[in-house]
Every structure is written in structure tokens, then in C-alpha cells.
Design a protein around this ligand. Structure first.
Ligand code: G3H
Ligand code: 13P
Ligand code: ZN
Length: 284
């Protein structure tokens, strides 16, 4: 079937109280792993590409692979731009065939974030593409900041309410204690903040930096309104560690298929595990 929008998937997730997995891809093997995992779990799925992934693989290649994957898949598939940082990047992706874009204006002052999000929304809405925005700064685990600074980066619930009222965006990414990349310790999520945000904002909430967050914390966040869960680092780990293991064991191996095939399998396994945790297994 053709690519579907993220809004469509998240509306169903809202009704069913589960979350849809949004998995980052950079190459053919990861796109195939995402689809194979979703089909094995009979789950709806979001393939997402960052600006870095688009730069690496090429916009037409990412779009082409996702369209082909969706056409052949037995489950609904959406293609989403992850952390688009400019109006231009978002519109390029809309034009290329993405069914959803994220405009990440989290580094901008509130009024500018709202204005830019609305600019993207005006174009995206006209062609039936959904839009995710970000409020609060999610950041990375490598960011050298104090606990107080991390706290200051978190999403303010009242601002979230104002943001959604002034944009009517389709989904909102919030900062509640997660970060991108590998965690040094166990991340502590601010569930009270999430609950407060969800009581004021009636749209699907997106959790970024979800790799390495314990399953129970993810499930609790979903019970409090998270409907899209982003995973990149755990796929990178599974994929690259498998390649490393094979190359360590067989230093003379030169057939890329012997290295990339098992890496793809390892990615399928971790994605299947995540889909089960998110509760979207069997929801296709
Ligand atoms: O949120 C960020 C994703 O993990 C993508 O990372 O920009 O290195 O592709 P990237
Ligand atoms: P992780 O790499 O920490 O899983 O974060 C992924 C993400 O949020 C992509 O937007
Ligand atoms: Zn992210």
C-alpha cells in the first residue's frame, strides 16, 4: 500500500492507548529491517530519516526505498523527517514524498518556534502531510550540562498548551528527561511533567531519545499519552556491533553480504522487541 501519514497512525494509537515505533534509517538494510520487524509483529511503523541520513543516502534514495518498502509491506508505513531544522528542509521532504515532517524549532524563542512551525504547517496541511514540532530541548547524552540546566531544558506544560493552541500541530515532542545517544546511567523521566502536559494538550506526544530507557519507563510514558517513540541508537548498536563481531571473528571476510546480512537480522530483533514494548504489535 502507499505510504500513510503519521497522524493517521497516531490517531489509532490514541484510541488504542499504545505507541507507534519511529525508527531511524540510514541505508537499505535498516529500511528492510524496520519493515521486516513490523511485518513480523503485524504492527504499523514509522520510518524516519534525519537530515544526516538524507545527506548520507540522498533524499531520492531514502524516499524511493521507503515508498517501495510501503508498497510491498503488509502493514501501514509512514515516512517522516526527523529533526528538520529549517522550513526549506521540511518542504523539500514534502515535495519528495514524505508523509510527515518534524520541524524542530526547539532552539528558537517560543514566538519564533511557533511562527516557523506554522509556516511549515501551512504548506504541509495543503498537501495532507502531518507535522511534528518540538518544545523544550531534548539534547544529547554527551551534552556537558548540569542537572539544573537539564531541568531548565524541559518542556514547560503551560508553554506546551500555548504552543498547541497557537499552531494546532499534529504531534508534539517534549523534553521530560530523555536525551539522544547512549546513556551513562539510567535516565530518570519526569512523569509528573508528562502527566501535566497531557492534561493540557490533547494531541499525541512524542518521546525522543528512547534508546536505553528501561521498558517499564517507556510503558509508563505510553500510559500517560506518548504515542510515537523514537529509536535510533539501539539500532546502531545492534547493527554495528554485529558487523564488528563478524569482522573480529573473520578478519579476512570480504563479502559485504556476510557482514551486513547478520547486522540486518540483529536490527530486526531489536526493532521487534521495541514494537512489543510499545504495544503496537498486532495493531496493523
Ligand atoms: O535524533 C537524532 C537521530 O538519532 C539522528 O541522528 O543526526 O546522527 O542521523 P543523526
Ligand atoms: P535515540 O538515538 O536516543 O534512540 O534517539 C532517537 C531520536 O530521538 C530520533 O529523533
Ligand atoms: Zn530525536
Amino acid at each position: 500500500m502507499a505510504l500513510v501519514t503519521v497522524s493517521e497512525l497516531l490517531q489509532k494509537a490514541e484510541e488504542g492507548n499504545y505507541a507507534v515505533g519511529a525508527f531511524n534509517c540510514n541505508n537499505m538494510e535498516i529500511v528492510q529491517a524496520i519493515i521486516a520487524a513490523a511485518e513480523a509483529e503485524n504492527a504499523p511503523v514509522i520510518i524516519q530519516a534525519s537530515q544526516g541520513a538524507i545527506k548520507y543516502a540522498g533524499l531520492e534514495w531514502i524516499t524511493g526505498m521507503a515508498k517501495l518498502a510501503a508498497e510491498q509491506a503488509s502493514v501501514p508505513v509512514a515516512l517522516h523527517l526527523d529533526h528538520g531544522t529549517s522550513f526549506e528542509q521540511c518542504i523539500k521532504c514534502v515535495r519528495a514524498g514524505f508523509t510527515s515532517v518534524m520541524f524542530d524549532g526547539s532552539k528558537l524563542p517560543l514566538d519564533e518556534n511557533i511562527a516557523e512551525t506554522n509556516r511549515v504547517l501551512a504548506v504541509a496541511r495543503a498537501v495532507g502531510v502531518s507535522v511534528e514540532a518540538e518544545l523544550g530541548k531534548i539534547g544529547g547524552t554527551e551534552d556537558d550540562i548540569t542537572v539544573d540546566e537539564r531541568e531548565a531544558m524541559m518542556t514547560d506544560p503551560q508553554e506546551a498548551k500555548e504552543f498547541v493552541e497557537r499552531t494546532n500541530v499534529d504531534a508534539l515532542a517534549v523534553a521530560i528527561g530523555t536525551a539522544h545517544g547512549q546513556y551513562k546511567g539510567e535516565p530518570k523521566l519526569d512523569f509528573e511533567r508528562l502527566e501535566k502536559i497531557k492534561s493540557l494538550v490533547k494531541i499525541p506526544i512524542v518521546l525522543h531519545g528512547s534508546s536505553g530507557v528501561p521498558d517499564e519507563a517507556i510503558k509508563k510514558a505510553i500510559s500517560l499519552g506518548v504515542r510515537k517513540v523514537n529509536i535510533d541508537t539501539n539500532i546502531r548498536e545492534a547493527f554495528t556491533n554485529t558487523m564488528r563481531k563478524i569482522l573480529d571473528e573473520k578478519p579476512n571476510e570480504i563479502d559485504p553480504r556476510k557482514v551486513l546480512g547478520p547486522a540486518r537480522e540483529a536490527a530486526v530483533e531489536i526493532i521487534r522487541e521495541k514494537i512489543r514494548v510499545f504495544g503496537s504489535s498486532g495493531k496493523a
